[in-house]
Ligand binder design. Structure first.
Ligand code: AN0
Ligand code: CP
Length: 325
């Protein structure tokens, strides 16, 4: 694997999940694989989980890790070609990425969307330019439209919990997975929801999306998933509920309503099949998700965060094993 930017970069998602679960059982089994290899983690936006879990994964494989918050610690980046750089930008992405690729064997890169111009964000211009100019394998640490390491960790969590709950029938019985929109006060990217939908559409699950009207995801990501604007109906008999806010794709980057009545709480939990409740974190308590859920027995948010390490380690191991190395 030379690029991990979406589910389409993975040959077999079940094998990748199995690989991650094997690494979770035996984290140091390949501790010499990364000897004298350097992972660079380059952030244009904040991070807690992605930053630390990716470092941990690389250290488990014996790699060296360099981290840079490029938006704050680097020179102001120009991304457009053919501009005379007589304004505020100091360094072009062509040189910045080219230089970073010389120092690192694999690079993780995070760049959120501006949420101003849908066409621009959905071309993944910045992420794709970084991939082109750094010339080494790249892992998305969340780009404008996707967060694949998160989605892989989410799938690992679902498979793991489902197998533990149904030891005899996990292989034959599909869980019902519901992605539900949640309220928020800031316009957030669609990336986590897009990516989760893209992975669930390829996984062995029954998948439903619920959100208020106007929050339809891009058809490219929603695919053939069932969409229900009635949250209570959608939650019926759910085995897993994935809670996430996103801003509108149609009325791009906008918050369309106050989201009253959409927060997942213990009342709504009763509609489900005692569902595991998921969120990628960071979560705003009692706005996106009720305290009582986060502090209760159904919350899987820490399981998901734990699985971020094994997701990253499975991807890194795969990259270290490609012909290039
Ligand atoms: C980001 C998002 O929604 O894409 C990162 C989530 C992992 N969340 C926030 O900005 C709060
Ligand atoms: N879930 C996630 O990606 O968290 P961070 O933004 O803290 O990395």
């Amino acid at each position: 694997m030379k690029l991990f930017s979406s589910v389409n970069d993975v040959q077999n998602i079940d094998s990748l999940v199995a690989e991650a679960l094997a690494l979770k059982q035996n984290p140091y089994a390949h501790q010499h694989l990364g000897k004298n290899k350097t992972l660079g983690l380059i952030f244009m936006n904040p991070s807690l989980r992605t930053r630390i879990s990716s470092q941990k994964a690389a250290l488990n494989l014996g790699m060296q890790v360099i981290v840079m918050n490029l938006d704050k610690e680097g020179w102001a980046l120009e991304t457009q070609d053919g501009v005379i750089m007589n304004g505020t930008t100091v360094e072009h992405i062509r040189e910045a990425a080219g230089v970073l690729g010389q120092y690192c064997d694999i690079i993780g890169f995070r760049a959120f969307p501006g949420l101003q111009n849908r066409d621009y964000d959905y071309t993944e211009d910045l992420f794709n330019k970084f991939v082109t100019y750094c010339k080494v394998p790249v892992i998305s640490l969340e780009s404008a439209t996707r967060h694949p390491l998160q989605s892989l960790a989410d799938l690992i969590t679902i498979k793991e919990v489902w197998a533990a709950k149904n030891p005899a029938t996990a292989e034959t019985k599909k869980p019902k997975v519901v992605l539900t929109w949640a309220p928020h006060v800031k316009p957030l990217p669609q990336a986590v929801a897009n990516s989760f939908a893209e992975w669930m559409n390829q996984a062995d699950v029954n998948f439903t999306i619920t959100h208020p009207e106007g929050y339809e995801l891009s058809p490219q990501f929603a695919g053939n998933a069932k969409v229900n604007h009635n949250q209570n109906q959608a939650l019926q008999n759910a085995d897993f509920v994935y809670v996430k806010n996103w801003s509108s794709y149609e009325d791009y980057g906008k918050i369309l309503n106050d989201g009253k009545g959409w927060m997942m709480d213990n009342e709504k939990l009763k509609l489900t099949n005692n569902a595991g409740i998921m969120h990628c974190l960071p979560v705003r308590r009692d706005l996106e998700l009720a305290d009582e859920i986060l502090d209760g027995p159904n919350s899987l948010v820490l399981n998901q965060a734990d699985n971020r390490t094994w997701a990253a380690q499975a991807v890194l191991k795969n990259m270290l094993l490609t012909d290039k190395f």
